[in-house]
Structure formats: C-alpha cells, structure tokens
Design a protein around this ligand. Sequence first.
Ligand code: X8Z
Ligand code: ZN
Length: 640
Amino acid sequence: MNVKLLAAALLAALAGACAATAPRDKTTQAAPGAGSESADAFVGRVNDAFRATSPEMNAAQWLAVTYINEDSQLLAAKSNERSLTQLNAFVEEARRYDGQALSADTARSIALLKLATAMPAPKDPAKLAELARIASKLEGAYGAGTYCRDHDGKRQCRQLGELEDVLRDPKASYEDQLDAWTGWHTIAQPMRADYRRFAELVNEGAREMGFADAGAMWRSGYDMDPDAFRAETDRLWEQVKPLYSDLQCYVRGKLEKKYGARGHVDGLLPAHLTGNMWQQDWGNLWPILEPYKGAGSLDITGALEKQRAAELRRLRAGFKGRASAEDSVRLEREADLAIARSMTERAEDFYTSLGMPKLPESFWTKAQLVKPRDRDVVCHASAWDMNMTGDVRIKMCIKPNEEDLTTIYHELGHVYYYLAYNDLPPLFQSGANDGFHEAIGDTVVLALTPDYLQSVGLVGKQRQSEQAVINAQMRMALAKVAFLPFGLMIDRWRWGVFDGSIAPDQYNSAWWDLKARYQGVAPATARDEAFFDPGAKYHVPGNTPYTRYFLAHILQFQFYRALCDAAGYEGPLHACSFYGNKEAGQKFWSMLKKGQSQPWPETLKELTGSGELDATAILDYFAPLQAWLKQQNQGRQCGW
Ligand code: X8Z
Ligand code: ZN
C-alpha cells in the first residue's frame, strides 16, 4: 500500500509501492500446532497465504477509491480488518522462531513480516475494527473533499482538481488563489478527531509488536537501526539544504517582484502563491521564474493542451449531425481520455525502449486514467499490483499538463517494479526500500531531457546555449529541489505525533513550525488549531509514509548517474538521456527483479558501485544552476 495505498492498509511493504496486498483467514485454520512446523515451512505458508488472499483485498481497496460511497468503504474496511487480523496472527506465530538459527532468507522474511503494514493494528478485535473503519473513512473523506462557497449569488462547489487549477493559473488573482488554498484546507478540519484516534490505535498496534511507537516502526524498514535512519536523513538534508536555500531565495525575490510586500510572509514564501497546494513543486511558477525568456522552449503543457484541442476538433469533425449539450460533454470526455491514453503510451514507450515488456492488455481496460464524472474517486495518483500475476493498474485523473505527464512516468516506475519482481515470494515483493520504489519512475523523468522531448514532439527545436542549460535546470529544480524539505517535514510531523512530542492540541502549530523551518513557507492568514492542515495532504489521511519520497529524490540522481554510465554517456550529467539504451535497461531491470530480497545497500551497490546514500549526485547535477542562483542572489538577504 502504498503508494497507494490505501489507507487501508495493509501490507504496505508487501505490496510495494502502491498497492495493497493482503493476507486472509484460511491460513489461520491451516496453522499447525506450535513446534511442528519449521520456520521455512511457516514462511512458505505465509507467502502462499499472501498470494492467495491479496486479490480480494486489492479488489475491495480499488473499488473503495475508484467508487467512493458508504458501501464500498464498508467492504474495504472489512477486508482490511481481515487482513490485519491475519497479519497479527502471523506475527504472533512467528514468535515461535525467536532466537532460533534460521537461514538468511527465512530470517529476513520474518523480519519483513513484522513490517508488512504501515498501519499496525491492536490485537483487540474491537480496536482493530475501529482502526480499519477510521482508515477507510479518512481516505474517503480526502477523495470526496469538496469546497463550497456562495459566489456571485450562486452556490459554487469545487474539488481538489479545480482548486489546483486556480493555484496553477499565473493569471489568477492573489485573492482567488488564497480562496482556493484556504477552501481546500477546510475539507481537513473534520479529520482531526479521527486522526487523533488513528494515531492512538496504530501506536498501540506498533507497541504490541515490540516497537516504541508507529513512527519507530516506520523507521525500522531500512535495514538499519531506526535512530541511525533518522540521523541519515538529517545528514542528507544538511548536504542539500544550501542548494534549496539558494532556490528559495531566488523564488522569494520573484514573488516579491510580482506581489510587492504580499510576496512574502516574514521572509517566507506565502503558501498559496507557489503554484501548488502543498508548496512541494514550484513548476507552475515558470512564467515568473524562467531564467531566460525563450532560451530553449520547454512548454510541455502548452504542447499537450494543443494535442488535446486537436483531438477534440477531430472528434467534432467526425460527429454526424448537430451535437447536443450532452453530446458535447461526451466528446470532451473522449478527448480527455484520448490525450490521457496517449500520454500513458508515451511513458510506456520509454520503458519498452529500455527493453522492458509492454504493459499487459488488461492495463488499458482496467486502469483509471481520467476522473469519472458520475462519482467521487481518490484522484491522488497510485499504482496497483492487483494479483501478483500481471493485473497491474494505475489510478489517476490525468490532465494534459507537464506535472501529470511526469507523474505517469512515476507511476509506471511502480508498475514495472511490480512486473519485475512478481516471481519472488510475496514477502520479498517490494522495493529494496520504499525510497527505491518511489525513485524508479523519477529516474526516467530525469532522462526526459530537452533533446528527448524534442524527439517526441513535445517541445520545439532546441538550440544549445548556456542559457538553455540554465532554463532546463531550472525546470527540473522547480520539481526536484523544491520538493526536498517537503519530503522530510511530513514525517517529521508524524514521527512527532506518534512519539508524543507533538500533542493533539499542537497538531496545526507544529505543522506550520515544520513548514517554516524546513521549507521556508508560511500561510498568509492565521492557521490556529481550528484547522487540521496536515489532513489536506493525501498521505496523512491515506496513511502513506512520506520519508520514502525524500530518499527517492536523493536516490534517483544516483540511479540516473549509474544508468548514464551504463549507457556509456560521457557529457555533463544533466544532458544525459538513456532513452533506447538496452545496457542501461538491463541494469535497471536487474535491480527491479531483486525486490526486497536482500538489504538495500547491496542492491544499491550492484547498480551504482556504492552502498551509501549520497547527495553528491543531485549536487553535481545541479552545479550549473546553483552557481547561477548564487549570482542572481548577490546582494539579497537569503535564508530565513
Ligand atoms: O504521491 C506521490 C505519487 C504516488 S506514489 C503520485 N508522490 C508524492 C506526492 O504527490 O506528494 C510523488 C511525489 C511525491
Ligand atoms: Zn509513487
């Protein structure tokens, strides 16, 4: 789950990145008496149970997020309840083998079993059921979140996608953006009490399994001590912070230029003006941030919008007779679907160019590519492995813009990981660690260089110049560098909630303290404890651990550098694309096939030659931009 996941639950680790996989009850009946089953046989039985039971669990979760209503939520909660009960029973049974000499694979399998969910449940059946219900309710509330207001004498109701459109629109007014931002955050207010209870319950579950709290359990999934893992993330952040600060300073200057005194809040970026609901990606500010106007045209969104418009014209031209209003809606929808599909095929093409298989036919019939018009769904993108035998899907509400295009590449990274490791025992079917799962598709996104984009017709002819390099680097930095502190702060908040250092009456103030400290962003209006702003970010109600994305933003540059080496590339790192390179593809696929069958440093070493997380790859990549930013910021007071 995860990546998806469903709040629901289970098996986050198991399912890997995005989808849930679950165990079921028949194994408990089959459990032989203590002492009569070897550890190897026990692990075999657990793996068989996961394989057998995950399709049902995934089906329930899939329906709950692609067809939100009380019935689908009830079924998802029930199936989650069964899975978590079974998981607890397995974990309990596994205690029989504590202290025994086990083979390396069996010992690893048992250790992974204890980490198989991001939602550890109390043993008490009533509490477990309550936890499963709250989880479904929170995720459903996020997906169905709607902000209504009276506007120009009319009732106006909008969901996340439409509110995001306002934030990404460079022509929208300051006031309209503030309204869209605060409006979306109202949907989270009712989640506060449920989240508080949720935290109590998962902590109880984690403690029963022997962890200090749920956060310590999450930090235990990295083949190292949980405290060492926290220190490792601090170390990496210190390495990349100067680069982030340089970018933040430049952006602040441009916002101040556009908005005057309203362009900052005590030296911090106003949350509603960054082009993104959570300030995690600043790519939509391109019109005010583009370093050199027209040096290398990179208007991918413009190209996609044109493609959609052309498709719509084609459909209209083919329509016989006069189109009614209903017909027009249908044609619009067909155009949406056609462009979403062609964007997805474009992403698939990159993977197959590396020698990876085509997506199975079922992907194209079962995936949710666009937002249905007739019901609520969770639009937050996710990738699913429904049955470990080829029923892979993504769930998105694709729009023709650059952000969604790169998200498709991201999601297909999860899908190809699933396909590569499906032959492994289910307990090994996950990323080497969860950061690996998140980094696969992003590594491919780094290879979407201007030259590659031109070759597929998404941008115009590229002229080589230093200015074009800076433009291309800025485009990447607004996605990748802007994200870094965000990738860290979400779990700094949750770790604090779980370990009790953030009390329920400080949920919101602690959130904004962390946003200020790490990201240098601030709300333009007061956000007191009447609000529950963490709930407005999918992964909090969806219970998806988030440090994985921070790791992924470091790792993807390491992967990229290694694949460029494998492809024999010799120029500056940022200009490398390994599109079409079978050697790089082979190395990539070999890594994916390993799943989490061995400690991640070994897997990393096989690909990159080193088993260490290392921020030098991202720093080398952005060296030209960082030098440029320093020049631009000269004379300005940076930092916060
Ligand atoms: O949640 C996601 C993916 C699904 S795993 C769309 N991402 C994070 C986010 O959107 O907050 C990708 C980057 C960060
Ligand atoms: Zn992902």
